[in-house]
Design a protein around this ligand. Structure first.
Ligand SMILES: *Cc1c(COP(=O)(O)O)cnc(C)c1O
Length: 411
């Protein structure tokens, strides 16, 4: 028997680590050690990267979300062994489908990738030749129907497949828009304005036997939204993994109809050459996404909501000790970012600084604190302080920093 300690001693005396491979006993000790070492190493400092305190909402350019401890545990505890990626995607997908009460599911490289793969699935099905040719299929371009008011920056993912977008306004126009080239109908959940309701949209698409897809990437909380759209009848649904579900930022969920998920998998890595090959999800992200969703579903959502309200209150109380400063908890109506934040305003005769200047000052600090400026009607603005992405110990720190900037501006 070689004990862990003996192995570690052996390791430090062995110049060529490779010589240990093949003994079958290297994994946890070797990688366990390197993980322990990583904890004491400050890579932010080593690389000169400014750490950010996110007093806003999940933003892709601010690295999305912080992964839950369960996710880090899944990543670390599975990094020691290889896996067959087909098998792993299948098993993870089955579990996710079970959790979300749908036929099938898969982990994608973010919601944007889910949109590419979902669209590709409706174009190629399981046809081997088509999936090797896409996005350069012969013949007329496949068509995806969208409401005019739903056009957005992410629909580039649709045209990436070679499809073109056909815009409609209202149920009647949608009804007439179907041709023999129509492959899918896409609904952007957070569009704000819809000329066709979810139910009508699904019903019309079904009548024409065309799959409907809903992009609800940023639309939890509430957790119920993860179950809502399959009940309405959407065939494909996507959510980002790296927003409020707090999985890996580069992971996402695609779920719904089994035949379409199977076709989407064929268009993805680890198959070689299909359209999704550059949108690979790694093994740890697959395990991590599963762990993130499981933890998110098991969370006490009421307690979390109350914690967010308490945080907003806590910051408000500290800021309102300054004369003329007022805070108000605001709950965004959603569907994206539907959670509380604190809106702060002040009498600028007394506290001579604008919300924009406070925003800039906080952002320039190290660690950088990123808030938002919310413009109101009449040209006024407020400082919006997000609370849901703060680590517990950052709540008072953020309050203290804002307070110090406001106090300095007092006349
Ligand atoms: C964030 C977002 C996406 C992209 O999601 P990723 O997971 O970052 O790929 C797509 N659609 C909407 C509405 C989003 O908010």
């Amino acid at each position: 028997m070689i004990t862990r300690r003996k192995l570690l001693r052996h390791l430090s005396a062995t110049p060529v680590i490779g010589s240990l491979f093949g003994t079958g006993i290297w994994s946890s000790s070797v990688f366990g050690r390197s993980v322990e070492k990583a904890k004491t190493r400050d890579l932010f400092e080593e690389l000169g990267v400014t750490p950010v305190i996110n007093a806003g909402v999940t933003m892709t350019f601010l690295s999305g979300s912080l992964m839950r401890p369960e996710v880090m545990e899944a990543i670390n505890s599975t990094s020691h062994d290889f896996a067959n990626m087909h098998e792993l995607q299948d098993r993870v997908g089955e579990k996710i489908a079970e959790m979300l009460k749908v036929e099938a599911a898969m982990v994608t490289s973010g919601a944007a990738c889910a949109m590419v793969l979902g669209t590709a699935a409706t174009i190629t099905g399981t046809d081997e030749e088509k999936r090797l040719l896409i996005p350069n299929l012969p013949g007329p371009r496949p068509e995806v129907i969208m409401q005019k008011s739903h056009r957005y920056v992410f629909d580039q993912a649709i045209t990436t497949t070679g499809a073109r977008i056909v815009e409609v306004e209202g149920p009647e126009e949608m009804e007439k828009a179907f041709t023999e080239n129509t492959v899918m109908a896409l609904f952007f959940n957070a569009a704000g304005r819809s000329s066709i309701s979810h139910e009508q949209f699904v019903e019309i698409a079904k009548r024409h036997q065309v799959p409907s897809f809903i992009d609800a990437a940023a639309d939890v909380p509430p957790v119920e939204n993860l179950f809502k759209y399959q009940k309405i009848g959407f065939d494909l649904i996507t959510f980002s993994g790296g927003k409020m579900i707090r999985g890996p930022q580069s992971a996402g969920l695609l779920y719904g109809r089994k035949d379409l998920i199977e076709a989407a998998k064929l268009n993805h890595s680890p198959y070689e050459a299909p359209i999704g090959r550059p949108m690979k999800v790694n093994k740890e992200e697959l395990f991590g996404m599963y762990a993130a969703l499981k933890a998110y579903l098991e969370l006490d959502h009421d307690a979390e909501w109350q914690e967010w309200l308490d945080r907003a209150d806590r910051i408000r109380t500290q800021l309102e000790t300054i004369a003329g400063v007022q805070g108000e908890t605001h709950i965004s109506p959603g569907p994206a970012n539907a959670f509380p934040s604190l809106l702060v305003s002040w009498d600028q005769e007394k506290v001579k600084i604008t919300p924009r200047e406070v925003y800039d000052a906080l952002k320039a600090e190290n660690p950088s604190i990123v808030t938002n400026v919310r413009r109101m009607e009449g040209g006024q603005s407020q400082l919006s302080v997000g609370v849901v992405l703060l680590r517990p110990e950052q709540v008072d720190y953020v309050a203290k920093r804002i307070k110090s900037i406001l106090v300095k501006a007092e006349s």
